[in-house]
Ligand binder design. Structure first.
Ligand code: 5GP
Length: 354
C-alpha cells in the first residue's frame, strides 16, 4: 500500500484569480480554437466543447443544434445503421460530429459496416470509449482502430493519469479523454472507491499530452470528460489546460436531449441517466449482467427548454472569465490562470437536480 500526499483538486476546490486586462468588451473574446491533430493530420476549427456520447445527450437533434455553434456532438453508440444512414443523408458537418464505439468485437464489426456503407466521410471524429482505459485490451484496440481509420481523429479514454495518457497517444489516439468517476450520473466512486479529482486529472494529463508531439502535425491533446456542473467549471477546465471539454450534464434536460419528459405536480422534468445505469442497461442489454454492478444512476432534471439559450449563456460566461483574467482567446486561458485554493466555495450539491 502507498499513500500519495499531494492534494488533488476538484473544480470546487479552486477559484480563478482576476488579472489586469486590456480587453474593452467581452464581444472581442475569441472562443474558437484551431488544432491540427497529431495522427490524423486533420485541421479543425471550432469551439472545443462536446456533448457526451450518452443516450440523453449524443442525439441527432443535439448534433444539428451544436453544429450551428461549431461544437461537437459525440453520437451515442446505440443508433442503428439505418438510423445513421437517415441522419447523415441530411447532415453534412463532419467536423462537428463523432461516431462512438466501445471495444467489443460487435462494436468494431458495426464500425466496419458503417465504413463500408460510405458513412466514414460524414464524421471526422471517432470516440473509442470505455470506463477504464487502464485495460491492456483497450490499448490494443486503440492501435486496431488507428489501423482501420488512419485519417479519422480518434478520441480515446477514459483515464486520469499521465502515464496512460502518453501510452494512449503513442498507440494512435489524437485526443485522450480524461475523467473517471467525475460524471454527475456516475456512481463509480461510491461503488468502487476509484476516482481522481477532475481538475488535477486535467492538469496532469494535459501536461503529459502536450509533451508528446508529431513535428509534422501537432501535439497530443486532452478532452476533460464529466464533472462540470456550472459554466465556471468549463472555465476552470480550460484554465487547467484541457484542450476540449465534454459534458453530459450541460446538454441534458433540453428539447434536443434524449430521455423522457416527465410532468408531475412539481413541474416539468427530463430524464438523465448514466450509460451503465439500470435504465440504460435495461434499454440496451435487457438488464444489468449478474457479474457486474450498475455504476450509473438516473436523475430527473428540471426541463430546460432550448439548448441554444444555454449555449449563449455558456459562451457569455467563458467570455466573462476571459475578461477577468485578461485572456483575448480561449487558447490563452491556461497561460493566464492562477488558481486560488479554497474550501467548498459553492454548494455543489446535486440534490437540486434530483
Ligand atoms: P457529466 O457531464 O454528467 O458530469 O458527465 C458525463 C460523463 O459521465 C460522460 O461523458 C461519461 O464519461 C460519464 N458517464 C456516463 N454515464 C456513466 C455511467 O453510467 N457510469 C459512469 N461511471 N460514468 C458515466
Amino acid at each position: 500500500m502507498r499513500i500519495e500526499n499531494d492534494v488533488k483538486l476538484d473544480f470546487s476546490d479552486v477559484l480563478i484569480r482576476p488579472k489586469r486586462s486590456t480587453l474593452t468588451s467581452r464581444k472581442n473574446v475569441n472562443l474558437i480554437r484551431s488544432f491540427t491533430f497529431m495522427h490524423s493530420a486533420r485541421s479543425w476549427t471550432g469551439v472545443p466543447v462536446a456533448a457526451s456520447n450518452m443516450d440523453t445527450t449524443g442525439t441527432f437533434e443535439m448534433a444539428r443544434a451544436l453544429s450551428t455553434h461549431q461544437m461537437i456532438t459525440a453520437l451515442h453508440k446505440h443508433y442503428s445503421i439505418e438510423d445513421l444512414e437517415g441522419f447523415f443523408a441530411e447532415f453534412d458537418e463532419p467536423d462537428y460530429v463523432a461516431y462512438s464505439l466501445g471495444i467489443r468485437d460487435e462494436d468494431f464489426g458495426k464500425l466496419s459496416v458503417v465504413l463500408d456503407a460510405g458513412l466514414g466521410e460524414k464524421f471526422n471524429f471517432i470516440v473509442l470509449d470505455v470506463p477504464n482505459a487502464y485495460l491492456e485490451r483497450f490499448i490494443v484496440k486503440v492501435e486496431e482502430l488507428r489501423a482501420l481509420c488512419p485519417d479519422h481523429t480518434i478520441i480515446a479514454g477514459n483515464c486520469v493519469t499521465n502515464e496512460i495518457t502518453e501510452e494512449i497517444l503513442l498507440r494512435g489516439a489524437d485526443i485522450v479523454k480524461v475523467g473517471i468517476g467525475s460524471g454527475s450520473a456516475c456512481t463509480t466512486r461510491r461503488m468502487t472507491g476509484v476516482g481522481y479529482p477532475q481538475l488535477s486529472a486535467i492538469i496532469e494529463c494535459s501536461d503529459a499530452a502536450h509533451g508528446i508531439s508529431n513535428p509534422a502535425t501537432g501535439v497530443g491533446l486532452v478532452m476533460s470528460d464529466g464533472g462540470a456542473v456550472y459554466p465556471a467549471d468549463a472555465a476552470k477546465a480550460f484554465c487547467g489546460g484541457t484542450d476540449f471539454l465534454m459534458s453530459g450534464l450541460f446538454f441534458s434536460g433540453f428539447n434536443q436531449s434524449g430521455g423522457d419528459l416527465v410532468e408531475n405536480g412539481d413541474g416539468k422534468f427530463k430524464e438523465y441517466y448514466g450509460m451503465s445505469s439500470h435504465t440504460a442497461m435495461k434499454n440496451h442489454y435487457g438488464g444489468v449482467a449478474k457479474h457486474r454492478a450498475s455504476e450509473g444512476r438516473e436523475v430527473l432534471l428540471p426541463y430546460k427548454g432550448d439548448v441554444h439559450d444555454f449555449i449563449d449563456e455558456l459562451f457569455g460566461s467563458l467570455r466573462s472569465t476571459a475578461t477577468y483574467i485578461g485572456a483575448l482567446k480561449l487558447k490563452e486561458f491556461s497561460k493566464r490562470a492562477t488558481f486560488l485554493l479554497v474550501n467548498n466555495q459553492l454548494n455543489r450539491s446535486l440534490e437540486k437536480y434530483e
